[in-house]
Design a protein around this ligand. Structure first.
Ligand SMILES: [Zn+2]
Length: 209
């Protein structure tokens, strides 16, 4: 699996994408990426691309031909729902903590609680019918206290901690927090979930469970 977030990478946005990432079955995007970049990836790799929006995503992006895009064409927006793809269950939660009054993809902690609670019936049903926990929680923001920043624009969500304790996803994949120091922690085990900051991209091997 190829996971991308926050920054356009030359190695990916290049004609050798297919060669460089041969064997990738699915792409995950944690947001804050231009829609043309995700469209390029999905077109070239020709595998499902699941995404959530980041706080910097514009409500409308104009393509070079003047086309209005509210999201990347041909990709699957998983915000607020549970999607099954390649035998994996993926749940999405878009956006970051609210740090200014306007901004479509920003939430206060209690607004995100609302989003999380709205998801719980689907998560309970999923566990009931499949007998399995969810595989991937795809988010833009990190959880509170894990890989999040000290500045208030990069604080994570407390509700994500509850979601992990309650529903035990195998992975929480996020971006938002840019990593410049190679010694900075980007993988943290929390209860039964591996929390991974994929900035700016990571290859993930998801074993069968
Ligand atoms: Zn962000």
């Amino acid at each position: 699996m190829l996971a991308v977030t926050d920054k356009v990478i030359e190695l990916i946005y290049s004609p050798s994408l297919v060669e460089n990432f041969r064997g990738v079955d699915m792409v995950l995007s944690c947001g804050d990426l231009p829609y043309y970049y995700l469209e390029y990836i999905v077109t070239m790799l020709n595998v499902p691309l699941l995404y959530v929006h980041g706080n910097h995503d514009p409500p409308i992006e104009y393509s070079s031909s003047g086309r209005q895009l509210t999201g990347p064409a041909g990709c699957i927006n998983v915000h607020g729902r549970l999607v099954r793809e390649k035998e994996l269950s993926v749940v999405g939660l878009q956006g970051s903590i609210r740090y200014k009054p306007e901004g479509k993809y920003q939430y206060t902690d209690s607004e995100m609680w609302g989003q999380v609670l709205k998801m719980t019936p689907a998560l309970l049903l999923n566990r009931l019918f499949t007998g399995r926990r969810m595989d991937i929680l795809l988010a833009h923001s990190p959880p509170y206290g894990i890989h999040n920043g000290r500045d208030w624009t990069h604080v994570g969500f407390k509700s994500f901690l509850w979601l992990m304790r309650r529903f035990k996803p195998r992975y929480l994949i996020h971006g938002h927090r840019h990593v410049y120091n190679p010694l900075e922690t980007t993988q943290t085990q929390y209860e039964q979930t591996m929390v991974i900051n994929v900035y700016p991209y990571k290859i993930l091997e998801i074993p069968d469970e």
